[in-house]
Unconditional design. Structure first.
Length: 423
């Protein structure tokens, strides 16, 4: 991988669903513009997005549903209600695919000059740095333990614990989360390397000591939503999409012209219930509120349904300015994008860092209180959407948050940090 910025190449390891891949695609776009040779290591269903951005994908494992979740639809749905079951599912799935992923990653890591990894590959950081390659973890939420601030692990109930207990609780959750990558990391150092289908992938002969971090992670979030992150993280600011805005499909554009004041209902790339039942329910909510609904379903074709319009992959930068409010799951990317668009939002968190962003939205005055998925009855969802519409995009706090986000240069900050790592 020689070439680019002074002969430097960057490997971005983005294992996960679309929400995990997208920030690395944006950073890769920026780094390529800076002259780096960029490769993005993804699971099979992330490759299309990388190619669409004009970057070089390296497929290192099967689709995210197979690599990170149970094959049972029942167990996947149950994971939304039980974080412990979710952790066990992900741990088992990642352990099964670890040999395949490690075999594909090893030669990429060996040739890289700088490596940045997502949370699912956090354990690679000490392995790669021990081999003499600068590496950092990228976080899309403030997951580092920080009882005094706005850590993802912090909730209103647990905040009442004495400081030592809360510190211990958050530290345990952080260790459990980073341990998801232990099977992968263990295959890339020491005697376990003999099982890989490559020869001497990394020049490391013993497991690295210490926690699974070898330098301060980059926190790709905005101070608007995360005003007090852990002091041992490097906050860059949000990473917006730097590529040219992609126009909406003609049929979507015309439908929005005929239906002003629509509400977007989007729940990202999380596994869930059937599309038919979801559309029936959300269409009923839209009719009760009196606003048409735009329901975003990954991979769907544009089509009308009673109460709204189904859309597939569209550019939020083109869609959001045409809307009145957004209902979403609380993923980092969606939450930041809606905030930047200056729209009120209703967050229905499912799992992971989503409850954190649901609380952050409400705390910043950008939407009503969170509505966790198990409690999201039709009546409650209708009430939350009405509250958001009453808040409106003209609310001072909504306009102020959008203005502050537009003034950030998160990708520029991250690119400068990569420059420093590459020296």
């Amino acid at each position: 991988m020689n070439g680019g910025h002074g002969g430097r190449s960057v490997l971005l390891v983005a294992l996960g669903t679309r929400g995990d891949v997208e920030p690395f695609v944006r950073l890769g776009w920026r780094l390529r513009a800076e002259g780096y040779a960029v490769t993005v290591a993804v699971l099979e269903d992330g490759a299309a997005r990388v190619r669409a951005a004009g970057l070089r994908p390296a497929v290192v494992g099967p689709v995210a549903a197979q690599a990170m979740w149970s094959g049972s639809a029942f167990l996947r749905a149950a994971a939304h209600l039980n974080p412990g079951l979710m952790w066990l599912q992900m741990r088992r799935a990642l352990e099964v695919v670890a040999p395949t992923v490690a075999g594909h990653l090893a030669p990429l890591l060996r040739r890289a000059d700088v490596v940045l990894v997502g949370l699912a590959a956090a354990g690679l950081v000490p392995v790669v740095t021990a081999a003499g390659v600068p590496a950092r973890l990228v976080l899309l939420a403030p997951l580092l333990p920080h009882p005094g601030g706005t850590a993802t692990w912090s909730t209103s109930a647990w905040d009442r614990l004495p400081h030592p207990l809360e510190s211990a609780r958050q530290a345990l959750l952080w260790r459990m989360t980073t341990a998801l990558s232990t099977p992968l990391a263990s295959l890339l150092h020491g005697p376990a390397r003999a099982a890989l289908p490559v020869t001497a992938p990394l020049a490391v002969t013993a497991p690295p000591a210490g926690p699974p971090l070898s330098g301060p992670p980059l926190l790709a979030t905005s101070a608007v939503l995360d005003p007090r992150p852990a002091p041992h993280a490097v906050s860059t600011g949000w990473w917006p999409d730097p590529s040219p805005v992609r126009h909406l499909p003609r049929e979507v554009d015309r439908w929005l012209d005929r239906h002003p004041g629509a509400v977007l209902m989007a729940f990202g790339s999380m596994p869930g219930s059937s599309t038919r039942r979801t559309l029936e329910r959300l269409g009923d909510v839209a009719r009760s509120v009196g606003s048409p609904a735009v329901v975003q379903v990954r991979g769907a074709s544009t089509r009308a349904f009673p109460g709204g319009l189904v859309v597939g992959e569209v550019d939020h930068r083109a869609l959001l300015p045409r809307l009145a409010a957004v209902v979403h799951h609380g993923g980092s990317g969606t939450t930041h994008a809606v905030t930047a668009a200056g729209l009120p939002q209703v967050v229905v968190p499912h799992l992971g860092d989503q409850p954190h962003y649901a609380r952050a939205v409400h705390r910043a005055g950008l939407g009503p209180p969170p509505l966790p998925r198990p409690l999201a009855t039709r009546a409650r969802l209708v009430g939350r959407v009405r509250t958001a519409l009453e808040l409106g995009e003209g609310a001072p706090q909504v306009r102020s948050a959008a203005s502050r986000l537009s003034g950030e240069d998160g990708l520029g900050t991250a690119a400068r940090l990569v420059d420093a790592m590459a020296q």
